[in-house]
Design a protein around this ligand. Structure first.
Ligand code: GLC
Ligand code: CA
Length: 554
């Protein structure tokens, strides 16, 4: 049993949470799709990493129009991934290892295959069944124009027209994401009650927490006439809480309501919001009577720059502290180009554009990317707050940038008319062994093709190498668990391009963002992202240091 961090009910404040994308983690039955039994079989691996919790991306029945974020039934398991019994076994296996479990709650939208949506399609305009979603008549004489100019995140319009039973064109429904993901109407009490019940359903099964998908989107301004909003996210105007679609003040009533449910449980259940908003707006979701944390993508969005990192850390910590919560940190997830690749791209090259334009290898330095990614991770794991890791980053996996077009699954590819390649490159099934079918992912094939070079990153290869990225993650998570006794951080004076801070009297972290080596600060190196030579910290490296005058290491 590992020692409790900032223990008890506050375990989440400084946790290491590992994101599992279930279809690509481990496949127990060989059909090419990762499943719950596969995850259960790998709990010893998760325990060996030392993570505090696992966050499971959606495993619910789904037509996979958006990687499982199109949910047919929020209270069941996709038969391809297993059953509720398999889910219970996974909870038991994780808890036996003292690992907590978060599940993904997707409250903004449903699926066109859900019972409610099918009922709505058969019901009349204006009926209670249609009121659970956002149906509207079209504009223009025959209603052939969408009800408003709102765009979908995946492009182009957020509205799709239905057909009536007799084949004539009918009303339109709203979907901020793919057409298979109709948005719920959060002004409808059935919807609110359904999600209260869904939270209880999983909490009763022993789930410890929830990750709330697009938490800022639920409540919209649906007053007529619908207001114009031609761009999905408006970076030009400061948020006011009165945007048409996002981050509206009323959305907080939902989380106040949910908090009462979380607090009914012993221990209380916790929740982290995916709220893609600015730092000051983000912490509103974490007020003491709302959710506990919110994802902070400021590091993920930072270039490899000392000043960008410094600014992101300072602002995140200040805002989190003011809100009485702790910050979260993310470098990779299932929606973004992996950080080992992002940090290897030539300066100024935007990762999704690079992918879309054929992933020109002359713009990528893979070794530089992998070095900087390790340094970024070691820095992140030294920060106060919770670190969210994405499966495969502990192996240093780069993005798979050359998936053949006919194998792509992400709706972004089709919906953007091929302008963007989408997110499949970070969702390729993990390599567990250097040999064997699908690199040990399962006894069969793998639903997305794995490149040959995945062998070099296989768990069994890195297991045996004390200098591997996997070994660094294990050492860092274990050491952090012993060192993170409080949430303090003090920046220390440092030379140009170097970020140096102290966590406690016996724990400092120093990162060299420059292109050449710098002198290490005095002290004993406890861990480093690169092998060290004398008293130099190489370019693109982080070291954890116990200052000379510090108390003896624990
Ligand atoms: C979130 C998920 C993303 C999904 C979207 C719609 O941003 O992380 O994968 O496509 O919501 O549910
Ligand atoms: Ca399977």
């Amino acid at each position: 049993m590992r020692p409790d961090r900032i223990g008890g009910d506050s375990w989440w404040r400084q946790a290491v949470v590992y994101q599992v994308y279930p279809r690509s983690f481990a496949d127990a039955n060989g059909d090419g799709i990762g499943d719950l039994a596969g995850i259960t079989s790998r709990t010893p691996y998760l325990a060996s990493l030392g993570v505090d919790a696992v966050w499971l991306s959606p495993f619910y029945p789904s037509q996979l129009a958006d990687g499982g974020y199109d949910v047919d039934d929020h209270r069941d398991v996709d038969p391809l991934l297993g059953s509720l019994d398999d889910f219970d076994e996974l909870v038991t296996a994780l808890h036996r290892e003292d690992i907590k479990l978060f599940v993904d709650i997707v409250p903004n939208h449903s699926s066109t295959r859900s019972a409610w949506f099918r009922e709505a399609m058969e019901a009349e305009p204006g009926s209670p069944a249609r009121d659970r979603f956002i149906f509207r008549d079209g504009r223009g004489q025959s209603g052939a124009l969408p009800p408003s100019d709102w765009p979908s995140h995946f492009g182009p319009s957020a509205w799709t027209r239905t057909r009536n039973a007799d084949g004539t064109p009918g009303q339109w429904y709203l979907h901020l994401f793919a057409p298979e993901q109709p948005d719920y109407n959060w002004d409808n009490e059935d919807v609110r009650e359904y999600f209260r019940g869904t939270l209880r359903f999983w909490a009763d099964r022993g789930v410890d927490g929830f990750r709330i998908d697009v938490a800022h989107a639920l409540v919209k301004d649906l007053s007529e006439p619908l207001r114009s909003k031609p761009v999905f996210v408006d970076f030009d105007n400061p948020p006011t809480g009165d945007d048409v679609l996002f981050d509206r003040n009323e959305v907080h009533d939902v989380y106040r309501d949910w908090r009462r449910i979380f607090d009914e449980y012993d221990p209380p259940r916790v929740a982290v919001a995916e709220a893609v908003v600015s730092a000051p707006r983000r912490v509103l979701y974490t007020r003491s009577d709302e959710l506990h944390q919110a994802f902070n993508f400021d590091l993920l969005n930072s270039y490899w720059s000392r000043d960008e990192y410094h600014a992101a850390i300072e602002s995140s910590l200040t805002h989190a502290r003011e809100a009485g919560t702790s910050s979260t940190w993310v470098l990779s997830n299932h929606d973004n180009v992996r950080h080992a690749t992002r940090y290897g791209l030539a300066e100024g090259v935007e990762p999704t554009t690079w992918l879309a334009r054929g992933a020109d290898p002359t713009l990528l330095d893979p070794d530089l990317g992998s070095r900087r990614a390790r340094a970024a991770t070691l820095l992140m794991l030294a920060l106060p707050g919770s670190a969210y890791l994405y499966q495969g980053e502990e192996l240093g996996l780069p993005e798979v940038a050359d998936i053949p077009i006919d194998r792509l699954q992400d709706p972004i590819w089709v919906r953007s008319s091929g302008e963007l390649k989408g997110r499949d490159g970070c969702r390729v099934p993990l390599p567990w062994t250097a040999d064997g079918a699908a690199f040990g992912f399962g006894p069969g094939a793998s639903h997305l093709p794995q490149p040959r070079w995945f062998a070099d990153y296989a768990v069994d290869v890195e297991d045996d190498d004390p200098h591997s990225t996997l070994s660094m993650y294990r050492a860092a998570i274990s050491l952090r668990g012993r060192l993170a006794v409080n949430e303090d951080l003090t920046f220390l004076p440092s030379e140009h391009g170097v970020l140096h801070f102290a966590r406690t009297a016996s724990w400092e972290s120093v990162t060299n963002f420059n292109l050449t080596a710098v002198t290490l600060p005095p002290g004993t190196v406890m861990l480093s992202s690169e092998p060290l030579n004398g008293d130099l910290l190489p370019a693109g490296a982080t070291a954890w240091i116990a200052p000379d005058e510090s108390p003896a290491p624990i």
